[in-house]
Design a protein around this ligand. Structure first.
Ligand code: CTP
Ligand code: MG
Length: 401
């Protein structure tokens, strides 16, 4: 089995090179603790829980590059090959530029994120990525402004600003890579954020919904707020991480219709002479049900969110790719696979002769974990009985590694 690590087409630049003057601590802001973990480590926990796989570039103060690498590698788990750490500049803009220089050549979309927004939920990243994919524009997560805003001069009030026209910009802000690169190259002054810099270079910028939890830790009061949020809702080091000692079960089902191109792939095997199933990948309902069962046991979402149609590298992929990638996600979250049982309902192909071969193939793709495969017909009833398609049902047991 070849365990494929696709090159991500998305990168997140996490800027953490500021000093934190307004916070006034002894350490640079990103290295201040929220609990046992630093602000940076919390920020990276969110980044590594994003459904899309991303390169992660951390920009740290020069003397803290080593500390940043430790935080980043802990947050990355088995995905540490996705992490780069570089040193930053005097201003945020210089730090972002330093991070951009470390983005891999094939990356198409870049998100820039403030480490200081340590508690940003992963779905904000996913929203930004999807909006950049759809529009090609720059994308900024925003919150409506709730306070009444007044224009003032010293202690004098000059007027009230219509707050329906205002929105508070957050990060991560996302851009097509070539747009962000060029905008940074031509920028001739300091801008308030990346979206302002990109807009000044003449590009469109749109908004998506931000999240109150994405607030920026700026003052000691913000730090208190972040610390109490972390204390009330302790977060695992990695999304879906193994809870101390407890095994977990998961359930997955999948259905594919016959009518695809080429030859049938089912349960990780090629079936010459049998009609193909249709689907974004090879339509292998047995493998997909197993992936869903494993992800559900770990609480890591489902096959749609991890391998969806926005991931061209999985188009046409076979079971070995899906299963090996899933096993990597589980390993990063601290799980090993106890066993998997899958049942397929179909009239064809006849499974009996190749059942054990299917078990060996699926097991090998999961690093040797026990996989049992059973097959049944449905007495002519329903779509499997009419030969229109295949249904598969899987359960999985995960054990803390
Ligand atoms: N940042 C950076 N390089 C800089 C300045 C800022 O990477 N030279 C990063 C910060 O680490 C932070 C983000 O940009 O994650 C937002 O900046 P801000 O909240 O202003 O952080 P600081 O500049 O560290 O704080 P202060 O302005 O209070 O000194
Ligand atoms: Mg600053």
């Amino acid at each position: 089995m070849n365990a494929v690590t696709p090159v991500p087409r998305i990168a997140v630049v996490v800027v953490a090179a500021g000093s934190g003057t307004r916070l006034g601590g002894a350490l640079p802001k990103a290295f201040v603790g929220l609990d046992a973990h630093t602000i940076l480590r919390h920020a990276l926990r969110g980044v590594f829980a994003v459904a899309h796989e991303t390169q992660v570039v951390v920009v740290a103060p020069r003397e803290f590059v080593g500390d940043a690498r430790t935080d980043a590698e802990e947050a990355a788990g088995s995905r540490r090959e996705l992490v780069s750490v570089v040193s930053g500049g005097m201003t945020r803009q210089e730090s972002v530029a330093a991070g951009l220089a470390a983005v891999w050549p094939d990356v198409e979309i870049v998100l820039v994120h403030d480490a200081a927004r340590a508690l940003t939920p992963p779905d904000v990243f996913d929203r930004v990525i999807e909006a950049v994919d759809e529009t090609g524009w720059g994308v900024v997560p925003v919150l409506p402004v709730v306070d009444t805003i007044r224009r003032v001069s010293g202690s004098e009030i000059l007027g009230v600003v219509d707050r329906s026209e205002l929105a508070a910009a957050q990060t991560p802000q996302g851009f097509r890579r070539e747009i962000l690169d060029t905008a940074y190259r031509v920028a001739d002054r300091e801008y308030t954020d990346d979206a302002a810099l990109v807009a000044a270079a003449g590009h469109q910028v749109a908004t998506v919904a931000g999240d109150a939890r994405a607030f920026k830790i700026t003052t000691p009061a913000d730090l208190e707020r972040a610390r109490s949020l972390v204390a009330v809702h302790p977060v695992p080091a990695v999304a879906g991480a193994a809870a101390a000692g407890a095994p977990r079960v998961g359930l997955g089902t999948d259905v594919h219709a016959f009518g695809g191109d080429g030859v049938l792939w089912l349960a990780g095997l090629e079936w010459p002479g049998e009609p193909a199933l249709s689907g974004h990948s090879d339509g292998d309902a047995v493998a997909h049900a197993i992936v869903d069962a494993l992800l559900s046991a770990a609480g890591l979402g489902d096959i749609g969110s991890r391998f969806g149609t926005s991931r061209p590298e999985f188009a046409g992929a076979h079971a070995d790719v899906f299963l090996a990638h899933t096993r990597g996600l589980l390993g990063a979250a601290g799980w090993t696979i106890g066993n998997v049982a899958v049942q397929v309902q179909t009239t064809r192909p006849r499974f009996a002769a190749r059942r054990e071969e299917a078990e060996r193939t699926l097991s090998a793709a999961l690093g040797g974990a026990s996989v049992s495969v059973s097959a049944t017909t449905t007495d002519g009833l329903g779509f499997p009985g009419r030969g229109e398609g295949v249904a598969a049902f899987a359960v999985a047991l995960l054990l803390p590694a």
